[in-house]
Design a protein around this ligand. Structure first.
Ligand code: C2E
Ligand code: MG
Ligand code: MG
Length: 588
């Protein structure tokens, strides 16, 4: 039997031993009461935070650490256990100063009566080292340590994610599978370390190239792509095997241009330990959902397609499906012919007249490209321009078009038709070409065409692509006195903000509003309000696609400035346009 005194002494010993034990812990431990006041703090806690015991004991959390810390950490969470992780760089707060520290904190409510929380035990520890090793393990598991690119598991994860999202959007996902041609020879003849360096360089070159801004396909697709973090979409999944995912592709044919450009990347040699090494690659392409519904099938089929490319003689690409291969072949034929056509001066400009609605007088013209190939026949300008955009040939073709149009414009001005305005179209790539302004200046200088008669037609989509830059480009052009027309208005964003941001001179209402329009109904209402707005903003309105007298009458009624369309004339060859001009002059 214990005496009261022994009992008391036992308790006292136990209490001291507890205290010793808790203090021995490397974790920071505190006990907070219902009023958020520190009641117990351990030495580890005080040391870690470099704070004196009397600065903290019996004071509230808010008092000691400020309101914000108090709210973040404690408030509202008193009644349940939870684990929090926070990142801090606060020097006085952690073991390692001026470095990012990860702190794990566990809040455990303690009950002294039945239901009420009386205290909260707060136990925290620095888990920075653990975090670092976890990150390292994750990196090793998900990334290839040679090229720092994602490795197979991460690639499969990403592909899976893209498939799920494509299921929702109904779009396609493209999987490119590359295998370097005769990589083994490099290893055999130059050694493995040269082989490794080559893989690193190939990875870098591909990664650099596959940035969204370089993959200009169609702008809408590009914008989609830009919003995703495509950094991870290039992976190295095996020895000399790389993969690349293009998510949300709206039209599969854009992949042809991308594949061609990737092959083009290998035309330049790689500099490996002081020597130039040439290597090529074979590419296989498969699509979700047409070539498979799951990652394994898609990867297998992209691999099969890559073998087709190898069989076809390497340094080329093949699709898994044969109809895509047919289409790619067709496209490449047109492309080759186009390259030849640029050199051979096979393109022509036609001119479509624009008339003042008020008096049906000729006031301007739009230069439109025409190409007729012996085998292909007449190639539609829309297709031609799109392909030229995708391949980059538009830069040369566009420069030629601006130059030729200005030269012809000058001839007609000199022949006395010096009131004629000249519209020239600019596509997206052309518009953002860093040398655009110089090229236009040089076209104007060398032809001596009056800049105030040149109207560059740009679509809203183009302006949208990089609004800040677009505004700067437009301003620079306007400084040269060149006029800006917003083309195809009504088919794209039709945003009034653009009218406010861009100082445009002319607005071309798209044909879809004019052709077959119901002028007494909604079409009419839309057109007349666009025109009202133009009047107020001092912008000239041009209606495109005027095919009937009825349209013209309507446009007259609502004071539309100018009109263009088959009712007046289709686009005409230089000769025929000149005849028209002569006839026109007689009418004056
Ligand atoms: P756009 O700039 O909107 O040109 C007007 C298009 O409408 C022309 O088609 C013209 O032939 C057609 N059109 C004119 N009046 C009528 C009409 O009353 N009814 C109908 N149904 N169509 C009419 P085109 O020549 O086939 O050109 C298509 C597009 O190709 C052009 O659209 C323009 O965006 C682009 N394009 C043409 N030439 C060039 C060029 O030299 N450079 C660039 N970058 N783009 C060009
Ligand atoms: Mg146009
Ligand atoms: Mg147009």
């Amino acid at each position: 039997m214990h005496s009261n005194e022994t009992l008391h002494k036992d308790h006292y010993d136990e209490f001291r031993l507890y205290k010793m034990m808790v203090n021995a812990s490397l974790d920071s431990i505190t006990l907070i009461d219902r009023n958020y006041t520190y009641r117990i703090v351990t030495d580890a806690y005080l040391n870690a935070r470099e704070i004196k015991k009397d600065r903290i004991l019996n004071r509230s959390v808010e008092d000691v650490w400020g309101k914000e810390a108090f709210h973040n950490a404690i408030k509202g969470n008193l009644d349940r256990c939870f684990r929090g992780e926070n990142v801090t760089t606060r020097a006085s707060y952690e073991f390692r100063k001026n470095e990012i520290n990860y702190i794990e904190t566990i809040y455990t409510p303690c009950f002294t009566s039945d239901s009420e929380v009386s205290y909260v035990a707060v136990i925290s520890r620095n888990i920075t080292e653990l975090k670092k090793s976890q990150d390292k393990i994750a990196f090793l598991a998900y990334y290839d340590s040679l090229t720092n690119l994602p490795s197979r598991p991460l690639f499969l994860d990403l592909l899976n994610r893209e498939i799920s999202s494509a299921k929702r959007t109904g779009k396609s996902v493209a999987i490119f599978f590359f295998d370097l041609d005769e990589f083994k020879k490099i290893n055999d003849s130059f050694g493995h370390s040269a082989g490794d360096n080559l893989l690193i360089s190939v990875g870098k070159r591909l990664k650099n190239y596959l940035r969204p801004s370089d993959i200009i396909g169609r702008v809408d697709w590009l914008i989609d792509l830009d919003q995703k973090h495509t950094d991870n979409y290039l992976a190295r999944i095996g020895g000399d095997e790389f993969t690349f995912i293009i998510p949300d592709i709206s039209d599969k044919k854009y992949t042809t241009g991308i594949a061609e450009r990737i092959l083009g990347l290998f035309e330049e040699p790689f500099q490996i330990t002081g020597r130039e090494i040439f290597i090529s690659t074979s590419i296989g392409i498969a699509f979700y959902p047409d070539d498979g519904n799951d990652v394994e099938t898609l990867l297998k089929n992209a691999d099969t397609a890559m073998y087709k490319a190898k069989e076809a003689g390497k340094n080329t690409f093949r699709y898994y499906s044969s109809d895509m291969n047919e289409k790619a072949k067709e496209r490449m034929t047109i492309e080759n012919k186009m390259r030849y056509a640029i050199k051979n001066n096979e393109f022509q400009l036609y001119y479509q007249p624009q008339y003042y609605v008020e008096n049906s007088q000729l006031g301007g013209m739009e230069a439109l490209i025409r190409w007729e190939d012996d085998e292909l026949g007449f190639v539609s300008p829309a297709n031609l321009i799109q392909l030229a955009e995708e391949t980059g040939m538009i830069i040369d073709i566009g420069e030629w078009a601006i130059h030729s149009a200005c030269r012809q414009g000058k001839i007609w001005h000199e022949k006395g038709f010096n009131y004629i305005k000249l519209g020239v179209n600019l596509s997206v790539r052309q518009f953002y070409d860093l040398k655009l302004v110089d090229k236009i200046r040089s076209a104007l200088d060398s032809t001596r065409f009056d800049p105030s008669f040149l109207e560059l037609e740009i679509t809203e989509t183009a302006m949208m692509f990089d609004t800040q830059r677009a505004i700067a480009i437009v301003d620079e052009l306007k400084e040269m006195k060149v006029k800006i027309a917003l083309d195809d208005f009504g088919t794209g964003y039709s945003s009034l903000v653009h009218l406010k941001l861009f100082h445009i001179d002319k607005l071309k209402i798209d044909q879809v509003f004019i052709r077959n329009a119901d002028f007494d109904g909604r079409d009419g209402a839309i057109i007349s309000s666009i025109i009202d707005m133009c009047h107020k903003l001092n912008i000239e309105a041009v209606a495109e696609g005027v095919e009937t007298k009825e349209s013209l009458d309507f446009l007259k009624k609502i004071n539309c400035h100018m009109a263009q369309g088959f009712y007046f004339s289709p686009p005409l060859s230089t000769e025929r346009f000149e005849n028209l001009l002569m006839g026109q002059s007689r009418r004056f």
